[in-house]
Design a protein around this ligand. Structure first.
Ligand code: TYD
Ligand code: MG
Length: 455
């Protein structure tokens, strides 16, 4: 019998210690070290190596027909786009997101139909079979090949799916609620999560089965469990959005088979998630041009242009350190842009709070949003609306100069498609074929934005 030993494991970063501590020495997080019992299995047995351990890459190509290694398309174009085409046999996908955002709903809807697959399995460790049935009824999922089960035992799950081969998909909802009897720590602990994921990855690779694992996220928004979890799987997706809005965004964080910069946009309705094929129109549905502090940004998410509304509010404050606060935009970048504005345009922000919000719960990380952010702040500071039909894009350097952004043509075309007529971009943007519908107004420095307000 091996003697069980206990280790103290940080639940944030997975570091192990021999004694309990209040703060993790490695990631500096507080109150995250938990005692876990691990069996100390030490073996000196040599592993046997089969004769065909190494295969010549050329042999492999002759023997295996790689053209049949299929990409299975789901019914949702948005999901396919984020996955880089579809699901590949043997792929392991980790789907993370805050509670109640719609992960289970999305997966159940995907399981309604996937091209070329014969076996569909949904195993819930959070809900009972009856609850899953109720949800499936509500979502009107009629797929006779879809089998559902409720179990939280890894051994039982692996046993039940052991006969599956390629052209099969298994969804595990969620990794934090299943556990293995071989590990003595509770479900959701670092050791359990790591062990269960490894077993599921081995199963997927050995049997060529697609496995989708749902993962809970921490307060900070990362998938709960060790960071190694993200290294173990082929694809990491995040399902996010502000719960006060209907919009939900599926974002790729890592993908071994496709791009990671694409997003899929959905709306949560009474009958499940609906795809939004024209996100720009959806995000601008409540746009009002006659208000100060509002600018439209023509952004790029992956390969797709998406227009969004940036709102700023500049208000007087009597506190010593004025606030720079943002929702959906990096607040350090906001502070930097405010500093550039006050330094280069001599606008006094020392007694002004600056708030920024991206409408519709969208999160913008592109530097090309600098110009519309500055336009919205200036418009709010001077209380004057920006010109009718205007759209902005362009990075701003610390000198206040507008820099060019990639895919300018797609951004302009998208703005034109939605009826915008004045496109403000960097003076370095390439010249495009002149169109009488749009007016491309090139900006050299952020001072030009103050000029367009007529100030
Ligand atoms: P769920 O998929 O259970 O979230 P998660 O698995 O990420 O925790 O979704 C729960 C939310 O979705 C809940 O707040 C209600 C909402 N919802 C709808 O609005 N319409 C629907 O048809 C369904 C099934 C859920
Ligand atoms: Mg769920």
């Amino acid at each position: 019998m091996t003697k069980p030993i206990s280790k103290f494991v940080c639940q944030e970063c997975g570091s192990t210690f021999s004694k309990w501590m209040g703060q993790c020495d490695v990631c500096k997080a507080w109150n995250c070290i938990v005692e876990e019992i691990v069996s100390d299995v030490k073996t000196t047995k040599q592993a046997p190596v089969p004769d065909d351990f190494f295969v010549s890459i050329c042999d492999g190509m002759e023997k295996t027909d790689y053209s049949t290694s299929k990409c299975h398309k789901t019914i949702s174009n948005e999901v396919n786009r984020v996955l880089g085409g579809g699901l590949i046999d043997g792929a392991v996908i980790l789907l993370g997101g805050p509670p109640g955002i719609g992960k289970s709903t999305l997966l159940l809807q995907i399981l309604a139909d996937i091209k070329g697959l014969d076996n569909f399995v949904y195993i819930s460790a959070e809900e009972s079979i009856k609850q899953v049935m109720l949800r499936a009824n509500r979502l009107q999922i009629y797929n006779p090949q879809l089998k559902i089960a409720a179990s939280s035992s890894l051994q039982q799950i692996l046993q039940s799916i052991s006969s599956l081969k390629h052209n099969s998909i298994v969804v595990i909802d969620s990794i934090q609620t299943i556990s293995s009897e071989l590990i003595q720590s509770p479900p959701g602990s670092i050791s359990q999560v790591r062990f269960c994921t490894q077993e599921l990855v081995n199963f997927a690779k050995n049997n060529d089965v697609i496995v989708i694992i749902v993962g809970h996220i921490t307060k900070e928004g990362a998938i709960a469990g060790p960071k190694t979890l993200e290294h173990m799987v082929d694809c990491v997706l995040y399902f996010e959005g502000d719960k006060s809005y209907d919009y939900r965004i599926l974002r790729g964080e890592k993908n071994r088979y496709g791009p990671t910069d694409e997003i899929g946009v959905f709306a949560m309705t009474g009958t499940g998630l609906e795809e939004i094929s024209n996100p720009s129109a959806a995000f601008l549905s409540e746009h009002n041009e006659n208000v100060s502090g509002v600018a439209v940004f023509s952004g790029i998410e992956g390969t797709r242009p998406i227009l969004s509304e940036i709102q700023a509010l500049v208000s007087h404050t009597s506190i010593a350190i004025p606030r720079r606060s943002s929702v959906g935009f990096d607040s350090n970048r906001l502070a930097m842009l405010v500093a550039v504005l006050s330094n280069r345009c001599k606008i006094n922000f020392s007694n002004k709070d600056v708030y920024l919000n991206i409408a519709g719960g969208l999160r913008i990380t592109e530097p090309a949003a600098d110009l519309p952010v500055i336009a919205a702040i200036v418009s709010s500071a001077f209380q004057k609306p920006l010109p009718k039909g205007s759209v902005f894009f362009g990075e701003v350097s610390l000198s206040g100069e507008a820099r060019q952004s990639h895919l300018a043509y797609s951004r302009i075309k998208e703005a034109q498609k939605l009826g915008f007529t004045e496109i403000f971009c960097s003076y370095k943007t390439d010249d495009f074929e002149k169109s009488k519908d749009v007016n491309i107004r090139k900006i050299k420095s952020i001072r030009d934005i103050i000029k367009i307000l007529g100030t």
